[in-house]
Design a binder for this molecule. Structure first.
Ligand code: ADQ
Length: 731
């Protein structure tokens, strides 16, 4: 096997099922679009495919294990063995009882039992472990679908530099529906750890962004979200089929003979529907619409047949058993009420149909009726088009299927509207041949271009770009601080300026800001540094003077800078604005405007600081808040144009303050006043970036944490900052 970088595909199921045969086991390879698309990606040692080889595992079986080892050796299929104790809560529980209905917009079918979530987490860990155990340097991972939403984060935790892609095959729901889920924030974070997130349609991707904003307060660009210096790309990758898997069998003489046989006499039209027996597929709704057509247009009785092929699935879940009964009853009713000895309105095949027979059915059908109530893509629509090689059939397609976003030439229908569905079916049955051919030709071009292979290639190409971009910009581009080098420069300097941020730098960030008061150790440390006549020590904070004074005012020789630089206190003196003569008249003009905005946006409020006013809108409806903030900024721009006061957008806040009131200005002032030949600035957040920017190239700027920063160096945590300061104090 070669050492080249490999792709590790991870999906709930392997394209391999292990079945009991007598006392032993047999492995069966399963076909299908995904297997065809990803086969070449993993085959021949180019990668691995990690997933379950069938259902839960009840007990250890050496024969099964030996067979699986063979499959891994020969095919690169790595089986994740999920114990029955986990599988129930994971698969039937959280994945199919909670995620599946909600993601398809069925909140009323949503059901979680105690323990389901824990099983879901545990199962995701099993997949992670299987991946980690096989990972080699340079490998990239591509995880699939709703069963594995936590996998990107679990992998990222273990391997910060791994290239991770994730594709969601089912729709992502509207945020009002998504927020019904327990653990919704963890699920979003689980996904965000990927470098690339793929959705079937742009619409699903937008739903995801909207949930990020409303649940995590996270803004995103149209195709990316950035936080903590890390980028996740968000894109639509509509999946396709491998058309040759359908056209090849179709060309066989025996299949052609079957097509002719199915067409039979030319006077009965065949409408075909092919689904997994799932409540998202809209089967009962379709049957009711078909009945309505026959009732309203009796001339079609005896002239049209609906062939409904439905393969039972997830039969352990009770909703699916109920659906199976409902469909059987409806079919029985329609056939019983409307059928004749010569004609059966609905032919119901409740089973999986072999590929050759399926292809013949597609080719022989005059109409293919694809009417899911909600669907990620729906491949049946594309398979039908591929099989209409010489035909002129009509595709009737639900506007709720992801496929509708691409297949504009189909007849679209609202599957919930039974009357509209019946009328659109009538239109499909009576569409002139010229129009049918035209529509089909356009659809065929799409299906043959957007193949499963093209889809996989495009996704992996984008994944490489996204992870290369991360390697360039994100991560540890800031070097760790070398303490010996700093100590050497420090000892050689004649005049030293220390600019220290407070929260997150000298003390860890606390949930309640009032809990961050300095401890004795910190006060001692600051006293020691301030006492050295070669040092100028300044704490540069966003906090107001009213907080800094009681906390730090007693440290002799300490400079204090409050409100990001608006006010300062020289050692032993009174507080004053950083710039003398600053206009204090602006506040009474601005305040009423902010109050008016507060009334318009429930949940927002105004914070009054000695030198600034801030309008906070974190608790308002996000999009409305953003929209109002833009309006406020524009209004203030005009109002403040002739003053030295500016409105600045922040994180869910519009702050109105002096244009010069930022940490950079404070740093420049102190640099000029002290004439220091060495400056050291340490900080942790966005406002400290101004501080770093104000330093000279040879100065020492240090960011706390691993985020992207213009600082030259980084330290991991506030404790490490204190350790460095202790060393300097002793030097
Ligand atoms: P599914 O929900 O399984 O897939 P779909 O895209 O329609 O939905 O694929 C079903 C597949 O099963 C098709 O290839 C079809 O031919 C086959 N099939 C269905 N009934 C059959 C039968 N009775 N006999 C034989 N074959 C049958 C999920 C998402 C979709 C998304 C796909 C791929 O729910 O929205 O399109 O993944 O990403």
């Amino acid at each position: 096997m070669s050492d080249a970088p490999r792709t590790i595909v991870v999906s709930y199921r392997l394209p391999l099922t292990l079945r009991r045969v007598g006392p032993g086991w047999r492995g069966e390879r399963s076909a299908g679009g995904l297997a065809t698309a990803l086969g070449p990606v993993v085959r021949g040692g180019r990668g691995l495919w990690v997933g379950a080889a069938g259902d839960a595992v009840t007990d250890a079986d050496p024969e099964r294990a030996a067979l699986l080892a063979q499959w891994e050796e020969r095919e690169g299929f790595v089986a994740v063995e999920i114990p029955a104790s986990v599988h129930g809560g994971f698969y039937d529980g959280f994945a199919n009882g909670a995620l599946w209905p909600l993601f398809h917009h069925f909140p009323t079918r949503f059901h979680v039992r105690p323990g389901d979530w824990e099983a879901y987490v545990e199962a995701n860990r099993l997949f992670r472990d299987a991946v980690l155990a096989r990972l080699r340097p340079g490998d990239r991972v591509w995880a699939h679908d709703y069963q594995l939403l936590l996998l990107p984060a679990l992998l990222r935790e273990a391997r910060p530099d791994l290239a991770i892609g994730f594709f969601l095959h089912i729709p992502f729901p509207a945020s009002d529906v998504f927020r019904v889920l327990p653990h919704r924030e963890e699920l979003l974070r689980g996904l965000l750890a990927a470098d690339l997130l793929g959705f079937q349609t742009w619409g699903h991707a937008q739903h995801f962004r909207w949930s990020l904003l409303r649940l995590l307060g996270m803004d995103s660009g149209l195709d990316r979200v950035e936080r903590e210096g890390r980028v996740t790309r968000i894109e639509a990758f509509p999946i396709g089929i491998a058309p040759e898997e359908f056209t090849r069998p179709l060309a066989l003489p025996r299949v052609q003979a079957r097509v002719t046989e199915l067409r039979g006499r030319g006077d009965v039209r065949r409408v075909l529907a092919v689904d997994r027996l799932d409540y998202t597929k809209g089967i009962p709704e379709r049957l009711r619409a078909f009945r309505l057509l026959l009732e309203r247009h009796p001339e079609w009785r005896g002239r049209v047949t609906l062939i409904q092929v439905a393969v039972p699935s997830r039969e352990r879940v009770s909703r699916y058993r109920e659906l199976r009964r409902e469909v059987s009853e409806l079919v029985g009713e329609i056939n019983g009420e409307l059928g004749t000895p010569e004609w059966t309105p609905v032919v119901y095949l409740k089973r999986s149909v072999a590929r050759e027979e399926l292809v013949a059915l597609y080719a022989a059908a005059d109409v293919c009726w694809v009417s899911p109530l909600r669907d990620g893509m729906n491949l049946v629509a594309k398979e039908y088009v591929a099989c209409q090689e010489h035909g002129h059939g009509v595709l009737l397609l639900s506007e709720q299927a992801g496929a509708a976003a691409e297949m504009g030439e189909a007849l679209h229908v609202n599957p919930y509207d039974v009357e509209d569905s019946a009328e659109t079916l009538l239109r499909a049955l009576t569409l002139p041949e010229g129009e049918r051919r035209e529509r089909l030709a356009a659809l065929r071009v799409r299906v043959h271009h957007g193949t499963a292979h093209a889809w996989a290639e495009r996704f992996l190409g984008r994944l490489d770009e996204a992870s290369a971009e991360r390697a360039l910009h994100g991560g540890p581009s800031v070097a760790p601080l070398s303490v010996p080098d700093l100590v050497a420069a420090w000892s050689a300097a004649r005049r030293r300026l220390l600019l220290l941020d407070y929260d997150g730098t000298l003390t860890p960030l606390r949930p309640r800001p009032s809990d961050a008061a300095p401890d004795a150790d910190l006060l001692e440390l600051l006293r020691g540094l301030a006492a050295d006549p070669r040092n100028t020590l300044a704490v540069v904070s966003g906090r107001p003077a009213a907080v800094l004074e009681p906390w730090l005012g007693a440290v002799e020789g300490l400079h204090l800078i409050a409100e990001h630089g608006a006010a300062r206190r020289l050692p032993g003196q009174a507080w004053q604005p950083l710039r003398a003569g600053a206009d204090a008249e602006w506040k009474p003009r601005v305040r009423p405007l902010l109050d008016a905005f507060t009334l318009r946006a429930p949940g927002s409020f105004v914070e009054e600081k000695p030198h600034a006013l801030a309008w906070h809108y974190r608790l308002t409806e996000p999009q409305f808040g953003e929209w109002l903030a833009r309006e406020l900024l524009a209004t203030l721009e005009g109002l403040l144009a002739a003053t030295e006061v500016r409105a600045v957008p922040g994180n869910k806040v519009v702050e109105v303050r002096f244009a010069w009131a930022h940490k950079g200005e404070a740093a420049r002032t102190l640099l000029a006043e002290t004439g220091a030949d060495l400056a050291l600035a340490i900080g942790d957040d966005q406002t400290d970036e101004d501080l770093f920017a104000a330093l000279r190239p040879e100065d020492w700027s240090v960011v706390v944490g691993r985020q992207a920063s213009r600082a030259r160096f980084h330290l991991p945590v506030p404790d490490a900052v204190r350790a460095v300061l202790r060393t300097l104090s002793a030097a």
